[in-house]
Ligand binder design. Sequence first.
Ligand SMILES: [Zn+2]
Length: 71
Amino acid sequence: MSVAETAPPPAVRGVDPDALLCPGCHETAVCAPPSGWPERAGARPEFSHRDGSVLCPDGRGRVPEPVEATS
Ligand SMILES: [Zn+2]
């Protein structure tokens, strides 16, 4: 007699998704994997530029996490 309930949406981590910036070029970053990410490159990043390109790598060639705009 139980009724299946839909799970609540995952909690937002207190970050405005419109306030994420690529730390390399300070363009807006979005919470979506980059398009055309090659499988051989390993796990896809969770974030990309708004045009779908991968965030600018840091000095070690690693894909960074976006930073939160503070303005
Ligand atoms: Zn960038």
